[in-house]
Design a protein around this ligand. Structure first.
Ligand SMILES: [Zn+2]
Length: 304
């Protein structure tokens, strides 16, 4: 397996440089690799898209999310530094391109791709994503589709511990998986949790702001004082307190928007009143997803 990977990296380096112009999102190829706890590492892409989880041991390697196709070579070289075991499984936490982009290449190596039922369904057509008012990305290749899907939960028994994958309440999308490495006591929450940014709610793919509050409540309820938490985006891993802080943000936004709805504000008047003004500097530092994107979604759910 590793020989194959090494060969691929050589091919990848030569082939990619000459033939393909990388999309802006994949320009900075390097990952920062950090041990999280137990058998789990986190690969943090320099371009801030899609943090990758690596669960490694003698029996094999399980990867959480595949980032972009163009970075699979670098992803494998980072994995090799952690372990020489075979990469056996890939879990997609949800359908977005920066979490499934490397799927086809990993499948070519014989890696088994696992996701919630809905993720496979969503990959059967082009994918609409919420940024910039709802843009489309092409339908993923057939080879990128999960070959093993689950409805409520599935458990891996690997490297002497359980890896529990389960369906979160509708939050970032409708097909979000949480991954809990029981022995290592590490949670990977995909994009349900991104640190120090307003949450992205993908209504096109079944996401829900109110569901995200429930999903974070579920994760917080599972976490103990020593649990480490990998966010889908954001710098470094965090813990139960980090999740509580994020959930408090959700509560604050919900309550403020509800208060204005109770005063018969329209969405235009809510945007004008800017109920998030004291939070924007701290949480709104993503030009592609600001309070102007999030507040209408909260309004829509609360005003129903
Ligand atoms: Zn996402």
């Amino acid at each position: 397996m590793i020989k194959t990977v090494r060969l691929y990296i050589v091919y990848f380096s030569i082939g990619m440089l000459g033939a393909i112009t990388l999309p802006a999102a994949a320009q900075n190829l390097a990952f920062t690799s950090s041990p999280v706890q137990g058998n789990v590492h986190m690969l943090e892409p320099a371009n801030t898209y899609g943090n990758v989880g690596i669960f490694a041991g003698d029996e094999g390697i399980l990867i959480v999310d595949s980032h972009f196709q163009q970075t699979v070579g670098e992803l494998f070289s980072e994995v090799e530094k952690i372990s020489s075991a075979e990469v056996k499984f890939l879990i997609n936490t949800h359908v977005h391109p920066d979490h499934i982009g490397g799927n086809s290449l990993l499948a070519d190596y014989g890696v088994t791709i696992v996701a919630h039922d809905l993720v496979r369904m969503q990959m059967l057509s082009e994918i609409q994503i919420p940024r910039n008012g709802g843009t489309f990305t092409p339908q993923p290749a057939a080879s990128a589709r999960p070959v093993l899907t689950y409805t409520d939960a599935i458990t891996f028994h690997l490297n002497g511990e359980e890896v529990r994958v389960f369906h979160a309440p509708p939050a970032h999308t409708g097909g979000d998986s949480f991954v809990y490495f029981v022995g290592s006591d590490v949670l990977h929450l995909g994009d349900v949790f991104r640190t120090r940014r307003y949450p992205i709610i993908d209504h096109y793919n079944g996401g829900s702001f109110l569901g995200m509050i429930d999903a974070m409540g579920l994760a917080i309820g599972m976490a103990g004082p020593n649990t480490k938490v990998i966010p889908g985006h954001g710098t470094g891993f965090t813990d139960r307190d980090g999740m509580i802080e994020f959930q408090q943000l959700l509560f604050t936004l919900r309550d403020r928007v509800q208060d204005l709805i109770d005063q018969d504000y329209s969405i235009e008047e809510i945007l004008e009143a800017r109920p998030s003004s004291d939070l924007d500097a701290d949480w709104g530092d993503d030009p592609g997803w600001t309070a102007d994107d999030l507040l209408p979604i909260i309004y829509k759910e609360l005003a129903q």
